[in-house]
Write a protein that binds this ligand. Sequence first.
Ligand SMILES: Cc1cc2nc3c(=O)[nH]c(=O)nc-3n(C[C@H](O)[C@H](O)[C@H](O)COP(=O)(O)O)c2cc1C
Length: 199
Amino acid sequence: MKQILHVTSSPRGDQSNSTRLGSRIVELLLTQFPGSEVSINDTVKKNYIHLNEIHPVAYRLADTEHTPEQKDTLYSSDQAVKELLAAEIIVISVPMYNFNIPSALKAWIDHIVRAGKTFSYQTGRPEGLLKGKKVYLAIASNGVYSDGPMKPFDFGEPYLRFILEFMGITDITTYRIEGAGIPGLMESALAAGLESVAV
Ligand SMILES: Cc1cc2nc3c(=O)[nH]c(=O)nc-3n(C[C@H](O)[C@H](O)[C@H](O)COP(=O)(O)O)c2cc1C
């Protein structure tokens, strides 16, 4: 039995390939770990605010030092960190937007990458505090980026791997639904992506 967190970042609901791919991963995880608890964080609906003038100051303080205003501002961030710390397996559904991740997902990242909570500089070098977690990336794109001439232009997967490793998560597996906009591939892209999942 595992605590599973599914983070989604597409506004397309049931039509979203990245959400469908992530849901397929969750579905297979549930057969492997029956009775697991799944929580969903829809970062589009959650609409995390851009960091404002309060965040950088408050992020540097201990929880006990926060003013009521800072506490209020950090509420969404604190909740997101708590949810992440509780998760043993995290499935992140990622639509490719302009060769990168969507801003809704980046906003979530800006709320969870926090010194003293998900990483530490205490030894003078950054150290990830999220140990022993497994991440699945479910990436959807119209083009093909897993290999071939467009591979160098996928800035999303390398960034996600880096920032997750920065927080201590090293066990990362990627699945893709790709080529969904390319004739000859688009007809089978969804089925091929869903069938590729083996957890
Ligand atoms: C604003 C926007 C930017 C996009 N940029 C790219 C891109 O750079 N490369 C690509 O292959 N597809 C791009 N697409 C297509 C999406 O990646 C594709 O539709 C994918 O299925 C979206 O994920 P979703 O189905 O989970 O919403 C873009 C789509 C939108 C709406």
